[in-house]
Design a binder for this molecule. Structure first.
Ligand SMILES: *[C@@H]1O[C@H](CO)[C@@H](O)[C@H](O)[C@H]1NC(C)=O
Ligand SMILES: *[C@@H]1O[C@H](CO)[C@@H](O)[C@H](O)[C@H]1NC(C)=O
Length: 162
């Protein structure tokens, strides 16, 4: 009898620890005002957006990053590596990667309270303009897709409680 109870408790504990409970995913990440662009005649890139997640996040968080892509002639947006993407609320981190190859899609990940939202930005939404064909150091790069979108694909990541 006792061992049966323990087994039942153990199974209950396993169920509680399962990666993603269906009822937990009753939300989407709402991104608004997303902008990403390389500063003219500079390698630096500026990223800015707001995120709100009713049911998971209290209020709206403002997120920002300012990072160097390497050089002013870059035809890609700088990598926002783990730790570089922050917001004005605790418990949120984000990353962004725009592959150097122009035909490859870019990716935005936003992690909130242990849920990593995955979003793909189609390659054709990253606009590159060669301002001066004679000057390889004068390239503008910016995100030209919709400023508002929702993230609906998630992974459960280990909670880092603070
Ligand atoms: C949400 O934020 C507001 C304003 O900062 C605060 O007053 C409230 O207590 C917060 N609610 C929760 C559930 O954290
Ligand atoms: C986003 O998360 C996915 C899945 O964990 C990972 O494969 C990908 O490299 C991440 N991308 C960025 C830009 O961090």
């Amino acid at each position: 009898m006792k061992s049966f109870t323990s087994a039942a408790l153990f199974l209950a504990a396993l169920a509680t620890a399962s990666p993603v409970k269906r009822q937990d995913l009753d939300f989407v990440f709402q991104i608004t005002g997303f902008t990403a662009s390389k500063i003219h005649n500079s390698g630096f890139c500026d990223y800015d957006f707001d995120v709100s997640v009713p049911g998971l996040l209290n209020g709206t968080a403002h997120c920002h990053a300012y990072l160097d892509s390497g050089f002013s002639g870059a035809t890609w947006l700088a990598n926002v590596y783990e730790g570089a993407g922050n917001c004005d609320k605790a418990g949120i981190t984000w990353t962004f990667n725009d592959p150097i190859l122009e035909e490859e899609d870019a990716h935005l990940n936003v992690t909130i309270n242990g849920y990593k939202g995955l979003y793909t930005i189609p390659a054709d939404q990253i606009i590159v303009s060669a301002n001066d064909p004679e000057n390889p150091f004068d390239e503008d790069v910016f995100y030209g897709g919709p400023e508002d979108f929702v993230i609906t694909k998630f992974e459960k990541v280990e909670d880092k409680e603070e």
